[in-house]
Design a protein around this ligand. Sequence first.
Ligand code: SIN
Length: 284
Amino acid sequence: MTRSNVLEIEPLSPAIGAVLRGVNLAERASDDLVGDIRAALLKHQVIFFEGQDFTPTQQRDFAARFGDLHVHPLYDRDEGHPEIMIIDNHVDNPTDNNFWHTDVTFIDTPPMGSILAARQLPPVGGDTMWASMTAAYNALSKPMQTFLQGLEAVHDFAYAFTADGIAGSQAGREKYEKAVAANPPVTHPVIRTHPETGEPGIFVNSVFTRRIKGLRREESKALMAFLNNHIQQPEFVVRWRWRPGDVAFWDNRNTQHRAVDDFLPHRRIMTRATVLGDKPVFRA
Ligand code: SIN
């Protein structure tokens, strides 16, 4: 257990994850506290706050202390708070985020972080897992690291979200087509240097990365399959069992996450605020 000015910080594993105690997210945080939370996020990559009771407005306001907020082009939004995305899964709307991914890498400046709050939980199940892309990168051999450093990949909204899966009604189809038109494919480096820590990490994911540029189709598929398998090693992963009032804040620049799809027929409702980041680069 370590202590910053006000926070008690309990790491959950050597690679990733810590619980932060001594903060009430419903209150406006001082600049010092925001600095301490940011420092904990940079060190632990995903941080957890337990037993919080904050409204969607407070969630939005807390997230906005870290940067501009993203409005998702497709997912449901909280009424009156377009920056708060609602993830409401039940028998008629099963989860679609049970695949390892980094949020919103289909835009030029993918989010620096996401803040997820548990609103309604199943009696058991519905955990979320995060993996450290820094730890996953560091575990690769030097020749593999060097090979990956020279590569770029295409990330594509339409690769993740298909018309079949989304556009059930005419209104749904129009919304989907608008979102596809507004989000053409973008290119990011396969290895990204974290803009604040300077550490390299893997920056491709199974949901949004369509292909690795310059490789033949089968080579790209094989390399993506290898990386998607590699990043899931338990040494890089922390798993959070949600309780009412829990909030998670992850650094989206060096992690991937996935929901665990084991709670149907129960309902699970989460709200997410997503903080925009900068353009990924690799610096040798
Ligand atoms: C997400 O993928 O952003 C949310 C994960 C979850 O619902 O556990």
